[in-house]
Design a protein around this ligand. Structure first.
Ligand SMILES: *[C@@H]1O[C@H](CO)[C@@H](O)[C@H](O)[C@H]1NC(C)=O
Ligand SMILES: *[C@@H]1O[C@H](CO)[C@@H](O)[C@H](O)[C@H]1NC(C)=O
Length: 219
């Protein structure tokens, strides 16, 4: 019944449809895990132009069990020191993301992290202010603990997965190299297809209108 209302309203404009959104709290969630690092250009592009629009604007977050793993190609060297691909600034930013994830739910974490990944500097304060989010616990976390310690569990999670480059996206707790291009270039549609394949359920606004929009914006 809900889908019918949505389709009818589409003829009169999308707003009516979006206003009608009500989530089934029991809707199954597809696990999505993103392995990334704060300063890799493709990660920044993926989070800001693919993942975040899909989760927020297309409203997929209630249907997703989203896990962010801010570690990427960081390594612990022979001396036991953590080194990040894009230098010390990146280790710092990854640790900020780690503290954000520890102290906020998925909605707020994604908002802050996507906002921060629009730039290369630490924009936590600006982003927190923009969305009116209290980040005092995040700051306490970052101040009280070392970067290495904050990132340790993300290093362990990353070591479980043999990916080639970041962003690396696992669906339903499995990383598949052959899926990476469609996930990173056309995340929302790929998510819809994977969701349908697993749960036999079509999410709203999947095909075909969203696809033609995506193609148009690329030109
Ligand atoms: C996430 O946290 C915010 C702020 O505490 C709250 O308003 C929101 O309802 C929470 N969302 C979920 C899905 O739990
Ligand atoms: C998928 O769902 C449709 C209706 O939504 C149903 O008719 C069909 O039998 C289902 N297929 C499977 C394999 O469960």
């Amino acid at each position: 019944m809900k889908e019918l209302i949505c389709l009818l309203l589409l003829g009169f404009g999308l707003l009516g449809c979006i206003a009608k959104r009500n989530h089934d709290p029991d809707a199954p969630k597809l696990p999505i895990t993103l392995y990334y690092e704060a300063l890799c250009p493709y990660c920044m592009e993926f989070v800001t132009t693919q993942l975040n629009p899909s989760m927020t604007r297309m409203d997929r977050l209630p249907y997703t069990d989203l896990t962010l793993v801010p570690y990427g190609n960081a390594k612990v060297n022979e001396a036991g020191e953590l080194t990040c691909q894009h230098g010390e600034d990146e280790c710092e930013l990854n640790a900020w993301h780690g503290c954000i994830l520890e102290h906020n739910n998925k909605t707020i974490s994604l908002k802050l992290i996507a906002c921060m990944m629009r730039g290369r500097k630490n924009n936590l304060d600006r982003c927190a202010k923009r969305y009116n989010i209290d980040v005092s616990a995040v700051k306490e976390c970052k101040k009280a603990r070392s970067v290495d310690e904050i990132l340790k569990k993300y290093g362990e999670a990353t070591a479980q997965v043999a990916f080639h480059g970041v962003p690396a996206i696992a669906v339903d707790n499995a990383y598949d190299e052959t899926d990476q291009e469609s996930l990173s270039d056309n995340f929302d549609q790929t998510f819809c297809a994977k969701y349908k394949a697993k749960f036999n359920k079509s999410l709203e606004n999947c095909e075909p209108s969203a696809r033609s929009n995506t193609i148009r914006t690329k030109h």
